[in-house]
Ligand binder design. Structure first.
Ligand SMILES: NC(=O)c1ccc[n+]([C@@H]2O[C@H](COP(=O)([O-])OP(=O)(O)OC[C@H]3O[C@@H](n4cnc5c(N)ncnc54)[C@H](O)[C@@H]3O)[C@@H](O)[C@H]2O)c1
Length: 290
């Protein structure tokens, strides 16, 4: 990372009142999770090879009901991956900066893995644009709009599928489905994500006219939901934007293309300048007392 970029980010962080982390699938890559369109075609690529169909054809509510064995195996496997993976060090670095710079914060993510919650970010400061795989709803939203946190693990679900047993909605007594936004999805129940959006609006009201910095991490250009939020914050709140992405990092000048591991460099550099400041202060006090 160029020293000049580092200095700019340091200045932005020091001046910021609030930080918004906008994150896509690339945020999970350093934890060991596959993104969707990345290396070897990512998770979508795998589904397309397995089914010989596009993901639009296989991951939608109608296909879900048509082939629950395939669909629940797919989601069960994904849940197991998310449950068995520990969020990487970058999550902690961001959390420490929020404390260190005394920042209000909000997370906006298209990820459905609950890894921000797992890393200790507050539930009411997270907006999950595409829902969450930790929550289920009825597969028939006309019968019930209940959303509940599932107690089933990914492994439980995959074992059940082997016996043609699928998670059920306790309210509507029909098969459940994950409360995640699929393709061509007209049965997604949005009350949970709507409540999260309300929290985000309150965050924006609190921080209107204040200095906001955005770290956009691991969001690709194919699905624009996360990038749209970054652009919204830049246009409407004059937010400073740092995009962290090793590949798809093109962004207008004064915003910085960064590689994720450079968060760690940035952290070291911030710690170094803090140590230097303390040293200088101590020297100053010493010379005053002499
Ligand atoms: N963990 C999850 O919950 C998960 C996983 C895969 C996909 N998804 C879903 O995928 C959809 C696709 O959109 P997307 O843009 O998020 O995914 P994407 O796969 O289209 O793009 C991922 C981006 O991350 C970047 N990237 C790869 N490694 C990175 C790293 N180590 N650090 C930083 N960036 C890195 C890539 O260059 C790419 O631009 C979203 O709707 C999301 O819901 C979620």
């Amino acid at each position: 990372m160029k020293t000049q970029n580092l200095e700019t980010i340091k200045k932005w962080l020091t001046e910021a009142d609030a930080i918004v982390i906008t994150a896509g699938a690339g945020m999970g890559v350093d934890s060991g999770l596959a993104d969707y369109r990345g290396q070897d075609g990512g998770q979508w690529g795998k589904v397309e090879t397995e089914t010989e169909k596009t993901v639009f054809e296989t991951v939608n509510p109608a296909a879900f009901l048509n082939d629950p064995v395939y669909s629940w195996s797919l989601f069960g496997k994904r849940m197991e991956e998310y449950e068995n993976t520990t969020p990487h060090q970058g999550f902690d670095i961001l959390k420490k900066w929020i404390q260190k710079f005394d920042l209000d914060y909000f997370i906006i993510t298209s990820n459905i893995d609950s890894h921000f919650q797992k890393a200790g970010f507050e539930e009411e400061k997270i907006r999950e644009l595409h829902g969450s795989l930790a929550y289920f709803q009825s597969s028939n939203n006309n019968l019930s709009d209940k959303i509940w946190k599932t107690e089933l693990t990914g492994k439980n679900i995959q074992l059940g599928v082997l016996d043609n047993r699928f998670p059920m909605c306790p309210d509507s007594k029909v098969m459940a489905r994950p409360n995640v936004y699929m393709f061509r999805d007209d049965t997604f129940v949005n009350t949970r994500t709507k409540a999260q959006e309300k929290n985000f609006q309150s965050f924006l009201e609190r921080n209107n006219k204040k200095n906001i910095i955005v770290f956009e991490i691991g969001s690709g250009p194919h699905v624009q939901a996360v990038r749209m939020k970054t652009r919204f914050l830049r246009s409407n709140y004059a937010a400073k934007v740092v995009r962290i992405n090793p590949k798809d990092f093109k962004i207008k000048l004064i915003h910085l293309p960064l590689i994720f591991k450079e968060l760690i460099l940035l952290k070291k550099s911030l710690e170094l300048s803090r140590a230097l400041k303390i040293q200088n202060k101590q020297k100053f006090h010493l010379s005053q007392n002499q």
